[in-house]
Design a protein around this ligand. Sequence first.
Ligand code: G3P
Ligand code: CA
Length: 243
Amino acid sequence: MTNIFGHRGAAGTHPENTMISFMEAERVLADGIELDVQLTRDGEIVVIHDETLERTTTGTGFVKDHTLKEIRSLDASYKFPDYGVCKVPSLDEVFNWALSNYLIINVELKNSVFPYDGLEEKVIQLVRTYHYEKRVIISSFNHKSLVKCLKLAPEIEVGVLFHEKKKNPWEYARKLGANSIHPNYRVVSNSTIIKSQENGIAVRPYTVNKSKEMERLFSINCAAIITDYPEKAVALRNKKSSR
Ligand code: G3P
Ligand code: CA
């Protein structure tokens, strides 16, 4: 069965990367959530997609130039003001909430623009504190960072993110030491997904929002999809399995 991960929680219907968005993914019975992390000026891990605050919060400037306290004072309700004021969560807040459920948590390290010295160590330390080694998947477009994660914590799965076509991506993943890939859904054909999975590399494409694409990926037993619309994906998957 294909797992369903809510992208930034349930970003199609709720303010991305906020607690209300993650709670929505849980409510609609998604199997997991995907979220993005950056480091603040005082070295705290915050859950936010962009390096800058403008797009999704009432703040301005770089995340790395603000303290956690400053970032927590902002409103991240973004294009969904009806939900009221939503704060930017820390990763610790998300992990603490996740004690009450069994969601898989895909933590994407946003360290391609700024390297965020120590981000890998901090995320791994937090995963270990919560004993989440078997329910967290660390992913990144920064593949050097993923190799570092595997060296520091071989017990935690890493997913190789990419958005360009790759020949035999399972070989690339294997060379890095990873056992999953997280490609943009447009750059992987059915045969590439099937061959990857036959070679022991799980495939979790992003961001799969169209019903047709969801059905295609369910039909070939893709390991997971990452979607802004987990409710719709769960309903489609249920419909398929009841046929
Ligand atoms: O992790 C999958 C996907 O979230 C990667 O792209 O830009 O949405 O973080 P982006
Ligand atoms: Ca992401």
